[in-house]
Design a protein around this ligand. Sequence first.
Ligand SMILES: Nc1ncnc2c1ncn2[C@@H]1O[C@H](COP(=O)(O)OP(=O)(O)OP(=O)(O)O)[C@@H](O)[C@H]1O
Ligand SMILES: [Mg+2]
Length: 376
Amino acid sequence: MSFYLATFASRQFRNLAGSPFQLHPRFNVFFGENGQGKTNLLEAIYYLFTLRPLRPVRPKDLMAWGMADARVQGDVQGRVLRKLAVTFSRNKRQITVNGAPPLQLDDYFDGTHVVAFTPEEIQLVRGAPELRRRFLDRAVFNTDITYLREVRQFLRILSHRNALLKQDNIDSAFLDVINQQFVELGVQIITRRIALLSRLRVHMKEAYARIFPDLQIDVEMHYQSSIRELPKLQGDRTFEELTEEVTQRFVAYLQRVRTRELDRRKTMLGPQQDDIAFVFGGKPFKQTASQGQTRALVLALKIAEIREIEMRTQQAPLLLLDDVAGELDPRHSAYFFQFLEETDGQVLLTTTDLDYIRLPDIQLYPRFRLEKGEIH
Ligand SMILES: Nc1ncnc2c1ncn2[C@@H]1O[C@H](COP(=O)(O)OP(=O)(O)OP(=O)(O)O)[C@@H](O)[C@H]1O
Ligand SMILES: [Mg+2]
């Protein structure tokens, strides 16, 4: 059974007036001119569910100008109704469930997931590799919460290793010890990323084909590693076989670059340098795909992430789609909305123009107009 946001209110959050309003369990459309508060509203809701900003900003930037604190609150209907609230200031955050602080953070989240799409996320395909690593790491973390700890441990070892490589007389026995941990943690990260990407790839391809059924162009994605000859996808290997194979390649390549690393005094391989490669009709996506095709790919990736969450948790995540149809032409946008209609769970959409929202049964769902931060 899925959860949904039943009511929402805020106080001193960006430009939002904040009066409480009720939401539909399925689709909710927020429309209005530029600069009225549509993105701010999604940002407030995202913050309520994740306690993180949607875009990389400081808590201070989420508060209305000149104010010292802000609040978001909402009733979330799941197995039971839970009243969530967060009051935060520059350096303090107070969260409550049904009016009382939860014993632990997990009680606050209670298995809810949110997937957001903002126009800036087109950078996921076009921008720096770091963005794709972050996407991948977050997606792995969504399936396994121990992953975050491993990544942190790995980064610690990596910085020890880099510090050691900078020294003049390197103790090679010590380097061997560090290398052992470096390989062990590095392999865990890479293997999980490859395994997850293999699963996401299937959903992504299916979703892309649904949005562009008329384009017979094949879209592919695979793991691109700094370690040569690494398996790009899991294929029909088991996780153990994949781990084994990645370990062998990692160790072999580590030996191969040893002199070069000592020479340049820095780490030259590992998951911190890896990337996702997107291939479109056999060519790198960045160079060949149009703006709309790129946006469709990012959407397809998001859909893949949703499918993965659904399969694992047996419940649909809340979907926040900011200005999503703007770049798609009417026909492809219709395919996309058709696709959305077949998913489960609650969806919140913003648009400057209601004509962009090609939901087959739009009249069944509430449309909220935003003007100067107020919802009408
Ligand atoms: N901290 C803040 N306090 C008060 N107002 C803010 C704050 N941050 C941004 N704003 C105002 O919020 C408005 C932008 O809101 P938002 O980004 O939600 O617009 P939008 O409706 O999504 O517009 P668009 O269609 O252009 O994306 C701007 O008018 C901006 O001045
Ligand atoms: Mg906006």
